[in-house]
Structures are given as structure tokens and as C-alpha cells.
Design a protein around this ligand. Structure first.
Ligand SMILES: Cc1ncc(CN)c(N)n1
Length: 226
């Protein structure tokens, strides 16, 4: 595990992205996303992802509420609340967008069972919602979850990508520069919290980061039908 001193001026988060590069790459450049960006995506995989991600995002709302509660209790910077409240607003938009997108693709959202990888990811979110989980750990996980989607979908907006027109809205939702700025704000919060954290909390935050990457890879695999 890399310490701040051995990573020079780099923040803790950037140093973890560097030290876990292969896993980070697997989560952010998964064949599912590469398939969207080169136009080879299997639309039945996209539809499966859409229905499963709707279930995930519904679980993500109480998780963000728990992060907000921790910020309210423990943060020494009032702007954290503003940034997280902005995140809550975009989640509300996101849920409405899923319903609209599902009707466009004729995908059923009601009565759909979460698949194993989704269930495990949601269980992980629930474990992070416990009051004993430190704010630094929860905000690190939150940053990682949002950032995997930002990095993944921004790949599909590259000028060299061949993303199908009907999937562009999906890619813009998470791949836009705006969403990128939001992820940078989350990274700054996480770095600030980690600067003051004990070595035990830092270790737990790094573990949470790696766990998010593993769950994201499993979620993409599940969407591909594996
Ligand atoms: C599985 C997953 N990871 C991240 C995101 C981005 N909120 C999402 N919607 N779904």
C-alpha cells in the first residue's frame, strides 16, 4: 500500500488509481463499454444492463443519503453537503431517465429480479451505509462508483468512437464534462478526508475502492450475460 509520502504531491486517490491500474482498467474499459464505443454492442446486453442498473440506482439513493448524513455529522466543509445534494438531484433525474429509456427500448423495469452480481453489489452498498463506517471510507466508495461510469462512458464520446446514435444519450449522461467535474469534486472531498484520516481508515478506504472496482467488473460481466 502506497503512502502519501511515497506518492509525492499526488493525492491519495490518484495514487490508488495508479497502484491499482490493471483493476481500474478492467472496470473502466470493460468489453461491454468498448462494444458501445466501437458499435459492436449486443443490444440484448444493453437492455439487460438497463433493467439491472435501474435496480442498482434505486439502492444507490439510500446509500447517497447515508453519505449525506455522514457529511452532515462529520464534515468540516459545508460545501460537501451542496455537492452531495447536487448528486441526489441528478440521481432523481437518473431514475426518471431510466424509466423513459426503458420504454424506448421496450424493457420491463417492474417485477425484474436483481441478478447475483447486482445483489452482491447492493449488499456491499448496504454494508457501507452502517453508521460505524467512516465518512472518508463512504465518500471514497461513492467517488469510485461515480468515476467508473464517468471514465467508461466518456470513452464512448471520444471523437474516434463509433457509438450508435441511439446510445449517445446514455453515454452523455455519465460521460459528459459536467459529470466529470462532479467526479473531480468528489475526489477532492475524498482526498481531503483521507489526509486527516488514521492509517486504519486509510486502509479501509483503499479496500472499499478495490471492492468497488471488483463489483463494477462483475456488473459489466453480468450485463454481458456471463
Ligand atoms: C453499477 C453502477 N455503477 C455506477 C453507476 C453510476 N451512478 C451506476 N448507475 N451503476
Amino acid at each position: 500500500m502506497e503512502s502519501r509520502s511515497s506518492s509525492g504531491d499526488m493525492g491519495r486517490i490518484a495514487s490508488w488509481v495508479k497502484s491499482h491500474r490493471p483493476m481500474y482498467h478492467r472496470a473502466t474499459q470493460h468489453p461491454f463499454v468498448v462494444g458501445i464505443s466501437d458499435g459492436s454492442v449486443d443490444l440484448s446486453a444493453f437492455k439487460r444492463w438497463l433493467a439491472q442498473d435501474y435496480i442498482f440506482v434505486k439502492e444507490f439513493v439510500p446509500f447517497l443519503a447515508s453519505v449525506l448524513l455522514k457529511a452532515w455529522k462529520h464534515s468540516d466543509d459545508e460545501s460537501d453537503m451542496e455537492i452531495l445534494l447536487g448528486g441526489m438531484t441528478s440521481l432523481s433525474d437518473e431514475l426518471a431517465w431510466f424509466r423513459k429509456e426503458a420504454s424506448k427500448w421496450d424493457v420491463k423495469l417492474v417485477g425484474i429480479a436483481p441478478q447475483q452480481a447486482n445483489l452482491e453489489y447492493c449488499r456491499f452498498l448496504q454494508s457501507l451505509m452502517l453508521p460505524e463506517v467512516d465518512y472518508a471510507v463512504a465518500i471514497t466508495a461513492f467517488w469510485a462508483i461515480e468515476t467508473v461510469y464517468q471514465e467508461s462512458f466518456s470513452l464512448c464520446l471520444d471523437s474516434s468512437s463509433k457509438t450508435p446514435e441511439e446510445l449517445m444519450e446514455t453515454c452523455q449522461r455519465w460521460g459528459s464534462a459536467n459529470f466529470g467535474h462532479y467526479c473531480c469534486s468528489l475526489q477532492k472531498i475524498a482526498d481531503r478526508c483521507l489526509e486527516k484520516a488514521s492509517s486504519d481508515i486509510i486502509r479501509k478506504a483503499e479496500e472499499a475502492f478495490v471492492c468497488v472496482l471488483e463489483h463494477e467488473v462483475n456488473f459489466w460481466n453480468m450485463s454481458c450475460g456471463e
